[in-house]
Ligand binder design. Structure first.
Ligand SMILES: NC(=O)c1ccc[n+]([C@@H]2O[C@H](COP(=O)([O-])OP(=O)(O)OC[C@H]3O[C@@H](n4cnc5c(N)ncnc54)[C@H](O)[C@@H]3O)[C@@H](O)[C@H]2O)c1
Length: 269
């Protein structure tokens, strides 16, 4: 199926990595649905993509709320009639000292980062399966259906004050594998991307002052913070025929961070 016939939903698509994914798919010619809780940024993103010739719809949506997801699917089908790709990107950082962590903080992060991804993926997958039943399964080389979860390197390495965040991303990796198995018989591919430090608002919230930056770079062999577009391009690849035999995987784009044992400076000694 040509990109121009494909409909892509990006949750948290109003800013940062999600917006870079939306731009990447729009450049291919796909129809884009930006789903985000932030209405003003969402409308701005919609305007930007449309003014660059893209076909785009913004839907205000909290991915932690089942009714919002129901409305997102309904609005997408009303506007574009189908769904081919989902990028489950909406996410928040949360945490604090483990001993002081409130139950409400834990629940809030898990509700958005994990339950939101599950609820959105389940609703979208049901729609994809119904399309496959109507249209017949496409051969893997002409793949159409793809779900991409935006995870993190924190799925596999931890920071003591990021308990709910790291737990949500670890579980998201496992959700990716289980969904890939459950949806493989239908020909739906499910993969994840695990970014390292990428230049977005989330990074600012975690401290990207000089000291914070130095700390990050001391653990980043490529010697720089990543650009959101460097994650968007992987999402486009995973949804393309070039990735037709890839499912159940997490691709880490982290400037070499997970491969590093000691600090970058230690390696130079
Ligand atoms: N920036 C990084 O360094 C980094 C590293 C690893 C993983 N990630 C992951 O990438 C994803 C995107 O993060 P980002 O860095 O672009 O952050 P960002 O804050 O720039 O963007 C997050 C977007 O999600 C939206 N959002 C938040 N809660 C929502 C909800 N309940 N429903 C719908 N939308 C909601 C926000 O409005 C925002 O537009 C997140 O899942 C994050 O965990 C980011």
């Amino acid at each position: 199926m040509a990109w121009g016939d494909r409909v892509v939903i990006v949750t948290g698509g109003a800013n940062g990595i999600g917006l870079a994914c939306a731009r990447g798919f729009a450049r291919k010619g796909a129809k884009i649905v930006i789903a985000d809780i932030d209405q003003s940024a969402g409308l701005e993103a919609q305007e930007e993509i449309a003014s660059n010739g893209g076909t785009v719809l913004f839907v205000q949506c909290d991915v932690g709320e089942r009714l919002d997801i129901h409305n997102l699917i309904a609005a997408t089908l009303e506007e574009f009639g189908r769904i081919d790709v989902l990028v489950n990107n909406a996410g928040v950082v949360g945490g604090g000292n483990f001993l002081d962590l409130e139950e409400s903080d834990f629940d809030r992060v898990l509700k958005i980062n994990l339950k939101g991804a599950f609820l959105t993926a389940q609703s979208v997958a049901r729609q994809m399966v119904s399309q496959i039943e109507q249209e017949g399964r496409v051969s893997d080389s002409g793949r159409t259906y793809s779900i991409i979860n935006i995870s993190s390197i924190e799925a596999v390495v931890g920071t003591p004050d990021h308990v709910p965040y790291a737990v949500s991303k670890g579980a998201l990796n496992q959700l990716t594998k289980v969904m890939a198995l459950a949806l493989a018989p239908h020909g739906i591919h499910v993969n994840a991307i695990g970014p390292g430090n990428i230049n977005t608002d989330i990074l600012k919230a975690r401290g990207s002052d000089t000291k914070g930056r130095k700390k990050i770079l001391s653990r980043t062999p490529l010697g720089r913070i990543g650009d959101p577009e460097e994650i968007g391009s992987i999402a486009v690849f995973l949804a393309s025929p070039e990735a037709s035999y890839v499912t159940g995987q997490t691709i880490y784009a982290d400037g070499g961070r997970l491969a590093l044992n000691l600090l970058v400076e230690d390696e130079k000694d």
